[in-house]
Write a protein that binds this ligand. Sequence first.
Ligand code: DMJ
Length: 529
Amino acid sequence: PHLPTAQKGSRDTPFISLHWLPVEACIRFKEEEESLRDKIRADHERALQEAKEKLRKSKEELKAEIQTEKTKVAEDLKKKDGPKPLPPVPMPKLVGVNDGDPGDPDNKEKRDKIREMMKHAWDSYRQYGWGHNEVKPIAKKGHSTNIFEVSVFEVNIRFIGGLLAAYYLSGQEVFKVKAVQLAEKLLPAFNTPTGIPWAMVNLKTGVGRNWGWASAGSSILAEFGTLHMEFVHLTYLTGNPAYYQKVMHIRKLLAKMDRPNGLYPNYLNPRTGRWGQHHTSVGGLGDSFYEYLLKAWLMSDKTDTEARKTYDDAIEAIERHLIRKSNGGLTFIGEWKNGHLERKMGHLTCFAGGMFALGADGSPDDKAGHYLQLGAEIAHTCHESYDRTVLKLGPEAFKFDSGLEAVAVRQNEKYYILRPEVIETYWYMWRFTHDPKYRQWGWEAVQAIDKYCRVSGGFSGVKDVYSSNPTYDDVQQSFFLAETLKYLYLLFSSDELLPLENWVFNTEAHPLPVLHLGNITLPGSETQR
Ligand code: DMJ
């Protein structure tokens, strides 16, 4: 987390320049803006008051209140005769939904082991964590975080993305309907002066707000920039242009902004439309924004060339300012903070190896070979970050400074919480090169996870990958099932299972089909272009 820093300039500066508008329009615009600000202020005060009242109540009172609410929602839904069926749209042809048998006994055996691990993780969740976000595998009980507000980004990538993938893979209407119901609940988060959504929204009241630690009340690039895939699918499936328009508005707004050194800062204030602190990262706070630019192009059957160009420009600036070689010859991606390069790379950043490989085909100036090579170098560096530990599992962040090469220094950077990014990159590299080392590295990770993270109630993160006797964090993260084990399973399957020509994985590894729109125009796209 980053502590808030004071932002230069006035928070009340209007986002849109008014000098070209006639006086009456100017007044009306200012009045509308003022009334939106008043509403936001009043909403926030009300939400604060409600939260204070809730905190005065006992756990039992809160549980009883939640139960009453749940029963009321269920009864209301019944009264409405269930949700209206959505208009039928052509179901994309689903290619590669098959067994993906790897063909040889050795890889089959390895894949069976990964399947067994998935079963252990899932059974444990079902037995001890059902109804909660995750399971605590040591305490053997459910694990949930904040009950009052939810993160727009997390709900989108984990729940909506998961429901959409379940819909496409099963064809069952219920998943689509649930995805849409949930997405409707997120829409109030976009009611800001700029249309850049709040980070969090209260599903009951629709009141949005931002993280207290984010630079001067800013929204986060990786959060508001990781909605595109799911929202385009929602418009495609429902015929409702709102979703498409919301994400295209974000794109247009970003395109108009100046970028320091061509880089996108991680913080943007949704009230003023100004950047917050000039911190750029391909790891936490920035990562999936870049991923979704590339994937917007891929999921559109490569017709969304605007997204591709934005991706190419962003990556070009990242390569120029953030990617370096260490003294020991390891390619790493650092972080840009107020004009200074921090020679530290996060585990989260390791996904970028796969992204560079995925974006190689179609890159400008015939640089496909270059990007595939860059992907391989990042994969190698991230493997080294695993290999240089005692447990053979990677730390949360590692340095390339003062003689250090791909190792964590601070105690609070030495943990491994079952994250997928390194394995994700192995899988993409495997698909594009078939170099056996990627399967070998993936297998090393399987063995280490099974040895050090497996407990009787599932799998747990560990607090220090450099200790031979690590303590557990007692959380089985949901992305361990959605991503880590899924990418491992795919790594030991044949390429015929979910081929990348037909499927694009959202940032939580939920597969969504490429939309071959052909002559179909997405509702809302006519007014946007
Ligand atoms: C996942 O929720 C997603 O991959 C997200 O984009 C960032 N990282 C976590 C897992 O580490």
